[in-house]
Ligand binder design. Structure first.
Ligand code: 5CA
Length: 437
């Protein structure tokens, strides 16, 4: 992409409610535009990052055998009446009527709908276990939407659902997802800590929030500092190893606000290991057994030919929230710093175009075409601006690698720079290798 063609409405004007850095930087870099309270349009740069996050999430879900489908955003109220949640869910649910007067709603989550899909087709224990997920917009009429994409009314979420014959098998599904979440967040450049959490309107009695540390986070957390040292590389997908991982995590104190009790904290964690800080919830997993399958009559025949209600869990990741969360975790001063896995571009070429330097532009186009052929996602800054203006802009956008075509470059070697490190002079092949690694 040539920067002169990119729809990138960079702005200096920030609304007064843009209080945290991620919100400010996303608006400044033209990644999002608010359309009404807690509802945003995703502009090309913002959407590109979100799509990359979505893809990492999808790949990690597929790796544990979860299968992707797509449920609608609008649901019928009937299923929610069947589960008993229609009244309980309260004012966060956006309720609408169609032209026939039928009660509909914009889905805040999908436990009912997925249970209905499952019950209408799976009748035997032989088809178990199953894990299904989708990545879809949700709507929750939050009383105080704030912090940009962090607490929205409309947001993009990955929600997965597991179906098992009994509690023992369901725990295996829960552990797989638990492990998969740690890997997903690691690929996104984040260290997410699983914290024992409240289940709220989703229900059940086993639940973990995955929280990344950030001063601007809305979640208060209390933990034993040793939990930050667990290395997930030491575990693999064998059942026993996953069980051990869960046990290792569970043996260390780590809870959110709602579960915090000072006397337990002091009893279980020596003072020198106590961490009390704030974080951002980027994922949340739940085990609720037959809370939905029972009222919705979701049964399978078991080995003895008897009806067995399905044991279910649900597993959410805030895909749109992650865009802001990654910025909060990584930014320095006014600079967004994208991990390579989700950067909007792999590399940006910045030619010095002072005095209309056609030679530098021609060289840059050649580099651009070469990298494109190698499947490298490259941005070429062909805008006629001073180098200092260009660098300011690229600091803001945060692409991790730059190729600077100016006085330090020759016909075959170019200045290559990883943000925050010294530059080196490299050939195109060497640059390709660096980027491909
Ligand atoms: N059905 C369950 C699991 S699929 C569920 O809905 N869980 S949740 O309510 O905890 O949401 C899952 C994730 O969505 C959260 O961890 C958070 O990262 C994200 N999320 C929740 N509410 C919002 C919101 N208002 N704005 C942005 N992201 C949100």
């Amino acid at each position: 992409m040539f920067l002169s063609k990119l729809f990138l409405p960079i702005t200096k004007n920030l609304p007064s409610d843009a209080k945290i850095k991620s919100h400010q930087l996303m608006l400044r870099a033209g990644m999002i535009k608010q359309s009404s309270a807690g509802i945003y349009s995703w502009l090309p740069l913002g959407l590109k990052v979100m799509k990359k996050i979505e893809q990492v999430v999808r790949e990690e879900q597929n790796k544990i055998g979860a299968q992707e489908l797509l449920m609608p955003t609008i649901q019928s109220a009937d299923l929610w009446k069947e589960s008993g949640r229609y009244n309980d869910y309260g004012e966060e649910m956006l309720r609408i009527k169609d032209r026939q007067g039928r009660e509909m709603l914009y889905g805040p989550t999908n436990e009912e709908l997925i249970t209905d899909i499952f019950r209408s087709s799976i009748k035997s224990y032989k088809a178990l276990p199953q894990m299904l997920y989708h990545i879809q917009w949700k709507f929750r009429d939050e009383i105080r939407p704030r912090f940009g994409v962090m607490r929205c009314r409309e947001f993009f979420m990955k929600d997965a659902y597991s179906f098992d014959l009994n509690d023992t098998n369901a725990e295996i599904s829960y552990n797989k997802m638990f492990f998969s979440y740690l890997k997903t967040f690691k690929r996104l450049g984040l260290q997410a800590i699983p914290m024992s959490a409240d289940t709220g309107p989703i229900g059940g009695d086993l639940s973990h929030e995955f929280i990344i540390l950030a001063e601007t986070g809305e979640s208060k957390i209390y933990a034993d500092k040793n939990i930050f040292n667990i290395n997930i590389e030491n575990y693999d997908f064998e059942k026993e190893s996953l069980k051990k991982m869960r046990t290792d995590y569970s043996s260390l104190y780590a809870v959110t606000d709602e579960k915090f009790e000072k006397k337990n904290f002091d009893k279980e964690v020596p003072k020198k290991n106590q961490v009390m800080t704030k974080g951002i919830e980027v994922g949340h997993i739940f085990y609720f057994g037959d809370k939905y399958s029972d009222p919705l009559n979701c049964f399978v025949d078991n080995q003895d030919g008897k009806k067995n209600s399905i044991k279910m869990g649900s597993y959410g990741i805030g895909v749109s929230r992650l865009v802001g969360a990654i910025i909060e975790a990584k930014y320095e001063n006014e600079i967004m710093k994208w991990p390579k896995s989700v950067s909007p571009y792999d590399v940006v070429i910045i030619p010095s175009l002072s005095k209309n330097n056609i030679e530098n532009l021609t060289k840059s186009i050649k580099i651009y075409q070469y990298l494109k052929k190698q499947n490298i996602d490259v941005l070429l800054d062909d805008v006629d601006e001073s180098m200092s203006q260009k660098f300011k802009k690229h600091d803001l956008i945060g692409v991790p690698y730059q190729i600077i075509v100016g006085s330090n470059s020759t016909d075959t070697k170019f200045e290559f720079k990883e943000v925050n490190s010294a530059s080196s002079i490299l050939s195109l092949d060497e640059i390709k290798l660096k980027l491909k690694n």
